[in-house]
Each structure stands twice: as structure tokens, then as C-alpha cells.
Ligand binder design. Structure first.
Ligand code: COA
Length: 696
């Protein structure tokens, strides 16, 4: 393990150790002294003894090897002290001090010096401006917080020191244990990806929680996190919302993608579970660290109260789980074991007042059913109901069955005894059945994500040189926004477009129309007109005899708008297809973000779209298509024929290949992509090239 010196050091030097109470150097010293199993070496030039330990004026004066140095002196002194650590051969350092890049130019210069030194001496540097780490296994606490962490299996990585202390406080009272606690600070050298990589190998860690405000190296994060989530769950809470479409976007995708969606797509790509709130983060951590995963999504509810049983059933369905269909044998066994007034169908209601033995029996029977993957054990308070007894039942049956059980005992306080039994037995419990259902769903979600096969995107033979030529031509003309002429680019990448061509005169327009059977669509081409339908620049259903008129009308519109025109596109009129949108916009951290959804003019109003990061594989593309609310429209409503879904997916894959091949393409939309039962066509496109000379 590359970071062993940080988490399992034998000798730790504290530079800036202080005997003055209230100082950070003193609080860290006390936290180290509280439980650290190794040697603590205070460094302070003002004294030779501190807290009963020999104190040294400088790290260079200490004999023997030092694994970890914790530095807590004012920022301007830190670069020299880190250099001394390097000269001494210290493997890892934590800089607690603030006053670096978060404060401006001077701080940034200081931080650059730290990076230089850490790189030169190969020091694993955490911080600066961080709270440090807690590694309960060796009793190491380098923070100045007022809590140690209980040992456990959950590792925490946080970009906020305050979030760390708040979480520690909460966990202390709830008995949640941690394997490691890491406050990242400014991430001068070590960042979240380094720790995820290390935690993958850590046998003490079974679940990783990450509080993230921003990621600098998106691709590396995805790569490392992907490898981690194949072995253990990663639960992410992302803070800091950025408004969608911060840049002046020319495409719908650019306007809608935004950094939050890119983050969500990135977490999805690496198989991380996303928590929306701190409560969810902790619920998921508890559940995933204590319960087996759900093999499938069939849940049984066992209750001694009717109403909450119905509530729980609703919540289960809402979370995308299914209420299990109990087998005939189970129903028979339940009938034989429960009072006659009980309901043996799922939700199984043992009715109020039944003794715990009956509840026990019911839970045992349903969990032994092959059709049941997990259970929600419910109870409402009553004078004759003992929560401790029911808590015992839940933990026992969970152990016997090896299937997950979560509890919802609907009382504000279920009492210390019941709480203790459930906590010790690792059975998460909540007042609200909806919260229990949400946690159960995570056991299923992670099981599915874990088994996702990492796909290698298919490579299609395409005419790269043609696209290169078009891009070069546009750069030489000084155009970056391509409207209809961009159709050629998609054509070169094997995406079908309606039959037609560009006309620069009435005669040409008529000639093109004559080669097309049926009415045509005529569209004004102008690099300056992004939303051409808004000014009447699109004419539909034009018969051959009306083509000349149409051409003239469009040219007059261009004149009226005082914009340059590049001719008129005369295209076959396709009718009856489903209007879809496929697009891409580049995110500074994660690269191309692909979008798919219901298209046409309502796209931004309805916003029924899904996002995924490129490069994308077939299964991932399919998931994106299936994720939109309107998916049933694509498979065919009321006996109607569905659209060519494989064709739609293939367009997504080809667009992904295009934007991977050409980083010059900054954003694009195919809107509408007209989808028919047998084929799909890019009817209109919009594409913007990166300004020449700018990097991605
Ligand atoms: N080597 C070792 N010790 C040294 C030293 C050196 N070269 N130079 C000074 N010291 C000693 C000081 O004498 C002092 O000890 P003392 O109390 O015995 O006098 C101790 O180091 C601390 O130095 P001091 O100048 O008193 O600083 P401070 O305690 O007021 O503040 C920090 C230091 C690091 C706590 C402060 O600069 C800081 O950054 N605070 C914010 C920390 C933070 O919020 N981090 C982010 C958390 S998320």
C-alpha cells in the first residue's frame, strides 16, 4: 500500500506541537497522545520536553527514521519545514496549516513550493489546509477535532474539514465505526483518486463515503473509482451546484448539460451510489456496511400494523423494487402459523397483539421463500408490543437467512435496549418505512452496478478524412457554428440523413426537389441563424411546383434579418417519425457529455433527457435511452409500433466516436433525430467548433 506511512506510521513527528491549551498544535498533540500506538515526537524550538515527551528543535535533530510528519505552524514557515522533512527522508506529511492557494496569489506561491518539494523528495503530502486523518486501527488521530472515530468498516474522504468533524460527532453518538477518516484540504499532491486507489486494497474498509465539492482530474477519478466500485461501494455526496449552461451554448445539449449533470454522469459511469442528502449518505453507509446485497429486487414486508404495511409497499414500489409474490408453499405455511385474522399475502400482516414468536415465524417463513430477496420488518407501538423482542427477532432471522432485513419501528424513540440490539446486530432501523425502502433499494442498486461489465466501445469504420476536411475548411473561413452543412459530418460517420442537397439558386432547388419523391422541406442556411424556425426559416410540405416560391421566400427572410445566407437545403419531407434529440457538450473536467431525450421544439421545456459520459458502450447507451420518462413512447404506445431502438443506440455510439475522434467539436445537437420503426434520420443538426488555438 503506497499510503501506509500515512495510515499506519510507527513514528510521527508533530511540527508545531504546543503545550499552550487552545492552540491547534496542542489539540493535535493531545489527540495523538490519546490512543496512538506508535511513537510521538513533538517538534518545537522553544522547549526540550512537552507533555512528558522529549521535544526536538527541528526534525533534522531527531535520530532514526520518521514515517509521518504533521505540520501545524503558520503557512509561510511550512515550505522550509517540508524541505527539512524531505532531507530527513520522511515518507508522508500532513499540512494542517491554512493560508495557501485558498487565500490568493501569495498563498498560491507557497503551495507551489510545497508541490515542488514534495515531488522532489517523493513525500506523500496531504493538504495543506486540511484536518488531517484518523486511522482507528493504530489509534492515530492527527486532527484537532474533539472526537476520535470508533473503529469500523467505513472510510470517509472529505473535501471539507467541517463536514468531517460534524460527521464524527454524529457517528460517535450513533455508534457508526470508521476504518479511515481523510480530510483532503487543498489536494496539492494527494487527491481523492489517490485515496480511492489505496482504499481499494484496504482490508479494513468495506464501504467508502466521499464528500466532494469538485474534481480536478475527471478521467483519472472515473478510472480509479471504477476499479474500486467493483470491489466495494462508493457513496458520493456532491456539494456545490453550478447553474446549467454556464457558457454561451449554441446547442440545447450545451444549454442543459451543465456541470452538475456531468458530475452525475461521471458518478454513474464509475458505479458510485449518489446520495442527495447527508441523511442518505449515512443511511446508505450503514446499510451497505452491515447488510448483504440484494440478489434481486423482490421484497417481503412483515408487519403487525396494517396501515404502515401499505405505506411500506408503496415506498418499495416507488424505489424501483418489487413486492415479492409469495409461493403457494409459503402462503400455506403462513396460514398454518398465523392467526386466522392475519393477512398472509405480501405485505404479511400478523395483526396487532400477536406475540413475538408469531412475528418471528412469519419473518422466517417469508425469507425462506425463493421468491423473496429481502424483507422490511415493520411495527407500530402498542402496549403489548415489545420493541426489544422484535429487534431480537429481526437480528436473529437476518443472521439465519443471510438475506437483508431492514426495520421500521414507527416510534419517535424505540428505546435504548431495542436500539442497542439492532445496532449491534447491524440491522438499520428507521421511523419512516420510506427511508428503510430507500436503503433497501441501494442494496439492489449497488449489486447491479457492481456487476456491470466494463464495455469497450465498438469502433465503426467512418470517413475521418472527410470530417477533417470540413473542419479545416470552416476554420479557414473563420466559421465555428455549423448548421445544416454539419449534416455532412454526421453522414461521414454513418448517420443517415434525409435525401436532399444544398441549392444556391431557384433552378438548383427545383432540380434537387425533382429527384425526391413527395413534398420537400426547405431550410434556410445561414451561419448566423441558430434558431431558424423562430424567423420562419423552415418551410414544410413544399410541393415541387412551390419550390421556386419557397426559395425566394427564404432568401427574403435572410435579407430581412440582415444575415448572410449560404443557400437553401432542400430535403425529403419525412413524416410521422418520433422526434428525438442526441447531443454532446464538453465538460472541462469530464470531457464529452452525451445527451439523449425526446426532441423537437419542446426539448428544453420538457427536459426529458438522460446524460452519459463518452466514450460510451452499447449497454450504457441503452441505459441512457431507457432512463427517460418517455421511454414507453419509443417502444410503442397502445399497440403502435415502436421506433428502431437499435438504430437510435447506434447513432449515440457513432456520435460518441465522432466527438472522441474530434476534440475540435465543442458541442453538437442532432435535433430532431427522426426515429421510425425501421430507421432513424438526423433531420437537423447544429454543431460548434472550438475556437482555433484554444485547448479542450
Ligand atoms: N518548528 C516547530 N515549531 C515551531 C516552529 C518551527 N520551525 N516555529 C514555530 N513553532 C511553534 C510555535 O512556537 C508554536 O508553539 P508554542 O505555542 O509553544 O509557541 C507552534 O509552533 C505554533 O506556532 P504559532 O506561530 O503559535 O501558530 P498558531 O498556533 O497560532 O497557528 C496554525 C498555526 C497552523 C494553527 C495556523 O497558522 C493555521 O493555519 N490555522 C488554521 C488551521 C486550519 O483551519 N486548517 C484547516 C482545517 S480544515
Amino acid at each position: 500500500m503506497r499510503l501506509r506511512a500515512l495510515f499506519e506510521p510507527k513514528r510521527v513527528a508533530l511540527i508545531g506541537a504546543s503545550s499552550t491549551q487552545g492552540k491547534i498544535g496542542n489539540a493535535i498533540l493531545e489527540n495523538l497522545r490519546a490512543a496512538f500506538q506508535g511513537e510521538i515526537i513533538p517538534i518545537n524550538p522553544r522547549t526540550r520536553k512537552m507533555a512528558g515527551l522529549p521535544c526536538y528543535p527541528a526534525i533534522s535533530t531527531v535520530a532514526g527514521e520518521i514515517d509521518l510528519a504533521v505540520i501545524a505552524v503558520p503557512a509561510p514557515k511550512v515550505p522550509d519545514l517540508l524541505r527539512e522533512c524531505g532531507e530527513k527522508g520522511v515518507s508522508a506529511a500532513i499540512v494542517i496549516s491554512s493560508g495557501f492557494k485558498e487565500t490568493g496569489d501569495e498563498g498560491r506561491r507557497l503551495e507551489e513550493k510545497l508541490v515542488e518539494t514534495a515531488t522532489k523528495y517523493d513525500i506523500r503530502l496531504l493538504g495543506p489546509n486540511c484536518l488531517g486523518i484518523i486511522s482507528p486501527k493504530v489509534g492515530l488521530n492527527t486532527t484537532f477535532g474533539h472526537r476520535m472515530a470508533h473503529p469500523g468498516q467505513v472510510a470517509v474522504i472529505s473535501q471539507s474539514g467541517a463536514f468531517c468533524t460534524a460527521l464524527l460527532e454524529w457517528a460517535w453518538t450513533k455508534g457508526l465505526g470508521f476504518s479511515r477518516f481523510i480530510s483532503l484540504g487543498n489536494k496539492a499532491i494527494l487527491d481523492e483518486a489517490d485515496f480511492l486507489d489505496d482504499l481499494k486494497e484496504d482490508p479494513e474498509t468495506s464501504v467508502v463515503l466521499a464528500y466532494i465539492e469538485g474534481i480536478d482530474e475527471g478521467k483519472r477519478f472515473i478510472d480509479v473509482a471504477r476499479r474500486l466500485t467493483r470491489q466495494k461501494p462508493l457513496i458520493v455526496l456532491k456539494a456545490g451546484h453550478t447553474t446549467a449552461g454556464a457558457h454561451a451554448a449554441c446547442s440545447h445539449t450545451g444549454a442543459m448539460a451543465g456541470s452538475e449533470r456531468a458530475y452525475r454522469a461521471a458518478f454513474d459511469k464509475c458505479g458510485a451510489i449518489q446520495a442527495g442528502t447527508v441523511e442518505e449518505l449515512l443511511d446508505y453507509a450503514r446499510t451497505l456496511s452491515s447488510q448483504p446485497l440484494l440478489r434481486s429486487n423482490r421484497i417481503a414486508v412483515v408487519t403487525n400494523a396494517g396501515g404502515p404495511g401499505v405505506l411500506a409497499s408503496d415506498a418499495i414500489e416507488k424505489e424501483g423494487l418489487n413486492m415479492a409474490h409469495l409461493s403457494e408453499n409459503t402462503l400455506k405455511r403462513l396460514k398454518g402459523s398465523l392467526p386466522t385474522a392475519a393477512s398472509v399475502n405480501n405485505p404479511v400482516d400478523t395483526i396487532g397483539g400477536t406475540p413475538p414468536q408469531i412475528y418471528h415465524r412469519a419473518l422466517q417463513i417469508v425469507l425462506s421463500d425463493e421468491n423473496v430477496d429481502g424483507a422490511l420488518a415493520l411495527s407500530a407501538p402498542a402496549a403489548i408490543i415489545s420493541f426489544p423482542e422484535l429487534a431480537k427477532v429481526a437480528t436473529e432471522v437476518q443472521n439465519e437467512s443471510g438475506k437483508p432485513i431492514l426495520c421500521s419501528f414507527m416510534a419517535e424513540d424505540i428505546g435504548e435496549e431495542a436500539r442497542g440490539i439492532l445496532d449491534l446486530g447491524g440491522v438499520p432501523h428507521y421511523f419512516d418505512p420510506a427511508r428503510a425502502a430507500r436503503s433497501l433499494a441501494v442494496l439492489h442498486k449497488y449489486a447491479q452496478q457492481k456487476d456491470r461489465v466494463n464495455e469497450t466501445p465498438k469502433h465503426f469504420p467512418c470517413s475521418r478524412t472527410k470530417v477533417e476536411r470540413i473542419i479545416r475548411h470552416n476554420y479557414s473561413e473563420g466559421t465555428s457554428a455549423l448548421g445544416l452543412p454539419g449534416l455532412e459530418i454526421f453522414h461521414a460517420y454513418g448517420i443517415k440523413t434525409p435525401v436532399g442537397g444544398i441549392a444556391c439558386s431557384i433552378e438548383q432547388a427545383q432540380q434537387i426537389a425533382a429527384t425526391i419523391s413527395g413534398p420537400v422541406v426547405m431550410k434556410l442556411i445561414s451561419p448566423k441563424l441558430i434558431h431558424k424556425s423562430d424567423v420562419g426559416g423552415v418551410l414544410l410540405n413544399i410541393e415541387e411546383t412551390a419550390v421556386a416560391n419557397g426559395y425566394q421566400r427564404l432568401i427574403e427572410i435572410a435579407r430581412g434579418q440582415d444575415v448572410e445566407q449560404g443557400g437553401v437545403l432542400v430535403q425529403q419531407q419525412l413524416t410521422g417519425g418520433q422526434e428525438l434529440i442526441i447531443g454532446m457538450s464538453r465538460d472541462p473536467q469530464f470531457g464529452p457529455v452525451l445527451m439523449f431525450g425526446l426532441g423537437g421544439i419542446y426539448v428544453e421545456v420538457i427536459e426529458d433527457v438522460g446524460f452519459a459520459l463518452s466514450p460510451i458502450g452499447r449497454n450504457e447507451a441503452r441505459r441512457m435511452v431507457e432512463s427517460i420518462r418517455g421511454f414507453p413512447v419509443l417502444t410503442g404506445l397502445r399497440g403502435g409500433k415502436g421506433v428502431d431502438l437499435d438504430g437510435v443506440i447506434e447513432v449515440i455510439l457513432r456520435v460518441s466516436q465522432l466527438v472522441e475522434d474530434f476534440p475540435e467539436i465543442e458541442e453538437l445537437d442532432i435535433n430532431p433525430l427522426l426515429a421510425f420503426p425501421e430507421a432513424v434520420y438526423a433531420a437537423d443538426v447544429r454543431l460548434r467548433l472550438r475556437n482555433k488555438g484554444t485547448n479542450q
